[in-house]
Design a protein around this ligand. Sequence first.
Ligand SMILES: [Zn+2]
Length: 829
Amino acid sequence: MKTLYAAVLIGSISACALSTAVAQTAAPAADPALSIYRETTPKYNDLVHTKLDVRFDYKKRFMYGKEWVTLKPHFYPTDSLRLDAQGMDIKNVSIVKAGKNTPLKFTYDSLTINIQLDRTYRNNENYTVYIDYTSKPNLLKAQGSAAITDAKGLYFINPDGTEKDKPTQIWTQGETQSSSAWFPTIDKPNQKTTDEIIMTVPAKYVTLSNGRLASQKVNGDGTRTDTWKQELPHSPYLFMMAVGDFKIVKDTWKGKEVSYYLEPKYAPYARDIFGFTPEVIDFYSKTLGVDYPWNKYSQIVVRDYVSGAMENTSATLHGEYVQATKRELIDAYYSQGRSTIVHELFHQWFGDYVTAESWSNLTVNESFADFSETLWAEHKYGKDAGDAHINDDRENYLSQPNLKAKDLVRFHYKDKEEVFDAVTYQKGGSILYMMRNYLGNAAFYKGLNIYLKTNAFKNGEAHQLRLAMEEASGRDMNWFFNQWYFGAGHPILNITYKWDDATKTQTVYMNQTQDGNAFILPIAIDVYAGGKMDRKKFWIRNKVDSLVFHSAVKPSLVNVDGDKMLLVKKTDSKSIDEFTFQYFNAPLYLDRSEAITAAVKQQSNAGARKVVIAALNDKYYELQIKAIRDADMTNDDVRNAAQPILIKLAQTDPNTLVRAAAITVLGKLKASGNTNLFKDALKSQSYAVQGAALTALSLLNPADALTLAKSFENDSEDALTQAILNVYATSGSDAQYDYVYKAFTAGQPQTQFGIMKKFADFTGRVKSNEQALKGTNAMIDFGMKYKKYGVAPQVAGILAGLKTDRAKLNDTATVAAIDKATIELNKTE
Ligand SMILES: [Zn+2]
């Protein structure tokens, strides 16, 4: 699963952490919930097959279900069965024998059905229980206990058709344990079952579920009955259904259907969005030595999804953020959110084919899916792209100090949702990257192959991964798993150097300053001296370690962690001369990135300036952008050298984000000589380039920019829309207010968050009180809707500024609305 959270709203689709808010306010150390050992759920009965026959009541938001669930005792004979079933009406529970139903005794407390079977069964006997029930997901909170949160499992979107511009849809979300809100089951990841889902829906709609569409039957009453069969076992949380008006675009991989379900408006771009899927299936199949295991692979995009995306077996569900037109995709480089598509696909092996046996072991699902994003980046876009991706992971984890006490395999947590954090995702992905570096690619992938084949259609935990890696490599891996999987934190490494010219001796001191034990770290140290590079392999085993060696001449650079694979917070006391040497001689993304970071801080130094200027043309675009943004254009030497390069980049760089960044920096110079360059850039197909150009022009001539902005109103998205909004917010009149209002209300949450300040500025000075109130209410709605993701303080701050502006205009209605909303936004739940 990929989840949305505040950081997404604040601007980057980085991976998950289901609830940063939950993690950061996590229980105090003494919380009794944390002392509970979260064991793997015992198995008394095993699911074997689940057959569902369902109809939907759009008006009541109910689902009427009939279920035939086949089970068998796991080992010990038993005469009873417990099923999870959240907030349902249970009308009948019977044992099915020779096609005949005989009612069984049961009790139900709105969470669990306790069933007395007709006799004792042994583990070589299957039995089938029939249940007639009504699922009422929208009443869950009212009916359930504290254990039921707002995880409804089954979602009715715009079921009455009252919301204009929003389609009517039904979709489900099972992870973590919400499938039992729409069918009684043993809702635990260590259960696996085949399934058959028979859905009766309005005939105008399309359906999607796991497995194959076995039959479709048009009924006389305007409905159609679709039967889906998933003939390979999978866990209940991976079950899915979707119903709505979707257009299906089909590709294939090795004869298997690869399909994309999109709203009709986005169907023309289905291949632009998802068309690389067969290529990724092929790459992962080959890398893992296990062909894609399911009969088909579908991806569907739905409205109002509660998370980022979900890897339901053979039927991944995405939130709207993945939708885009061909033109929007021009600026959608891999690191700008496209990696979710490969993340969910990799789960079809790590998660669906072999499933984490408990939420404590979620790492064997999510760390792999996270790591797979880097795998695809390396394969498709080159080593720099892969290195950049994994380094973003490391920095994401390291930037959250509250996570350093959390084990990757987490046997103690307050709520299972907490395990979906940057330890399980980004830190786990970084740990796999280190493991691959230590074992070598071939042994690592062989280990993955052994893990998958040994545990196919079953469950896995971290120990099974360790055993597979040991089998593949012939090396003991306990030391690695003990510190990274069953331990917490990371090394904090202080690196210092000493050269003794008299003895021609170089010493490298490596000092681990974190609390607790030393980490064992096998690393490469690259020594650049006399025009040659010499790699030394070294194991750091102690809190204070040093490496001493002779060198005929003083090394130009001693590069610790030559492969740049360590998950470590480090302070490296290199001089600017050494960093300059590093930029031009050490090969990796992070070598260059570290050098640029050091160089931009001291641009009065000639060597540093050389790095900054050279980096404007770095071979990796994200490093170019870093240098473009941080080049000190107030420094005459930098500006004189950079300006001609920036002009060239602005005009011709193949990467639209580099062009846009160059235009942005040139725009701030307010040089009228660049007017034509900006006007030419406005003709680009890239919204990023156009947006940067419009903003640049608005700094030179606001009146011209206002006229230009109007001409782009009807053909604008993303960065261009934001630039138009900026122009209007700064110099527009009431006539432009409605455009800004519509752009705000129709925007994706990330866009809304990004433009809210400008929208509020404009709202603050608009003449019509009626318009101002309408806009204010839209901002309040946003704040309330996404309060759970932590946006309330920012929204309240923006509203406070707006209140001051409207008060000056005596707009009492808007002021009152803000006062009322501020109380609501500040309430803690
Ligand atoms: Zn995931």
